[in-house]
Ligand binder design. Structure first.
Ligand code: RP5
Length: 164
């Protein structure tokens, strides 16, 4: 995609089946994005370069997904002034609790906006990115408003359904 506004970064391509939902959600809002596999531990030089150059390349938000000792979001946040949204990826011996804490428990001054474990995580990460971009883009903000109205309608329909 040309001129991406959101960078989706994941620690391993094994994260992609989950993280793909973030890409799908951005696509549904017609937000241009890019996807990269970069590891904070296995390719620390690339993680640094990506974060350092993200702003000058025109990105506005970074979404970082990682499992285990998930330092990717924090490392990227350490090297950029762009907002970073973290997706903890479940798996391994602790089934994602490690990733959740590692992504969430950032020291004061370096926030990573961490979303939930599980399939809602990547969707919500993308929606947060849409909301952040929407603060400076009224058209996108309206699309998000419509999206929320759709959610409301689904609940109202569900209520009707269970009541016959
Ligand atoms: C993390 O370790 C990755 O984000 C992934 O969730 C996990 C396992 O990676 P692989 O061993 O499958 O490459 O860094």
């Amino acid at each position: 995609m040309s001129n991406p506004l959101v960078g989706i970064v994941m620690g391993s391509d094994s994260d992609w089946p989950l993280v793909q939902k973030a890409a799908d959600t951005l696509k549904s809002f017609e937000v241009p994005y890019e996807v990269r596999v970069i590891s904070a531990h296995r390719t620390p030089d690339l993680a640094f370069e990506y974060a350092r150059d993200a702003e000058s390349r025109g990105l506005k938000v970074i979404i970082a997904a990682a499992g285990g000792a998930a330092h990717l979001g924090g490392v990227l946040a350490a090297h950029t002034v762009l907002p970073v949204v973290g997706i903890p990826v479940a798996g391994g011996a602790l089934n994602g609790l490690d990733a959740l804490y590692a992504t969430l428990q950032m020291p004061s001054g370096i926030p990573v906006a961490t979303v939930t474990l599980g399939s809602a995580g990547p969707t919500n990460a993308a929606l947060l990115a849409v909301q952040i971009l929407g603060t400076a883009d009224s058209e996108l903000r309206e699309k998000f408003r419509q999206y929320k109205q759709g959610l409301r309608q689904k609940v109202l329909d569900g209520d009707k359904k269970v009541n016959g």
